[in-house]
Design a protein around this ligand. Structure first.
Ligand SMILES: [Zn+2]
Length: 238
């Protein structure tokens, strides 16, 4: 990943669906409590993940994701679950931030100069609401980040090969972000996010080529309906 050169100061990962204890259709490393999987299994999956990556589960911050453009700046780990929120930012060490997805884009951001991290949940609504760009602007506002210093990774998510939308949605989107195949419209959410990020001065963007709907190593809402969530997780080392 784009962050590899900073491994001494930063932990980052995008999980897959393997290595957990959940049963079908959540098999097996489902990290989300809101998808009607057994909470006991989800908590065990989170513990397995924290032990694998060596972070403190009691410090893990996750969101009640609502496809909003709401962004929270995390100052401590007193609250693990942030309500009605789709992006987290922190400069505090040893607090892992988690975004959960199954087709939506998990966006990870890092400013190595100011030592600030962020995770973003960018589905269609989040992208339409420019949540990634707003998160960058918040990093600038609150922590004095320079946008040209911020590295961004768009993790495994549904690509335009599979992201079919109806006419009413396609109509809302500029020509360059959609294509028509066999009378059906497909959106390119990645390009929309990239252009929004570039518009505020982001220079370094990596896009995972993995399409979650094509690749069965990942949970995919489009492919499976009832399913689990994998996650993007970042943490500043202490
Ligand atoms: Zn695909």
């Amino acid at each position: 990943m784009i962050f590899t050169q900073f491994e001494d100061s930063l932990f980052f990962t995008v999980t897959s669906r393997y290595g957990g204890v959940s049963k079908t259709p959540y098999d097996s490393l489902n990290l989300a409590l809101h998808v009607k999987d057994s909470p006991k299994n989800v908590l065990e999956n989170r513990t397995i993940t924290s032990e694998k990556y060596n972070f403190l589960i009691e410090n893990l911050i996750y969101m009640e994701q609502t496809h909003s453009a709401n962004i929270a700046v995390i100052k401590d780990a007193s609250m693990n679950r942030i309500e009605n929120c789709d992006a987290l930012i922190t400069n505090v060490k040893n607090i892992p931030l988690m975004v959960m997805v199954a087709d939506c884009i998990p966006i990870l951001l890092y400013d190595p100069k100011k030592s600030v991290i962020a995770v973003v949940h960018a589905g269609r609504n989040g992208t339409f609401n420019e949540i990634a760009k707003k998160t960058v602007l918040k990093m600038v506002d609150v922590f004095g980040c320079e946008t040209s210093d911020i590295l961004v990774c768009l993790g495994a998510s549904i690509h335009k090969c599979c992201y079919e939308v109806g006419e009413e949605i396609a109509r809302l989107v500029d020509e360059k972000y959609k294509e028509k195949r066999d009378e059906k419209w497909y959106l390119d959410l990645h390009s929309m996010n990239v252009d929004q990020l570039r518009s505020v001065g982001i220079k370094n963007i990596e896009i995972s080529s993995i399409c979650t709907c094509c690749d069965e190593d990942y949970f995919s809402y489009r492919r499976e309906g009832i399913t689990g969530r994998f996650a993007g997780i970042m943490k500043l080392h202490g």
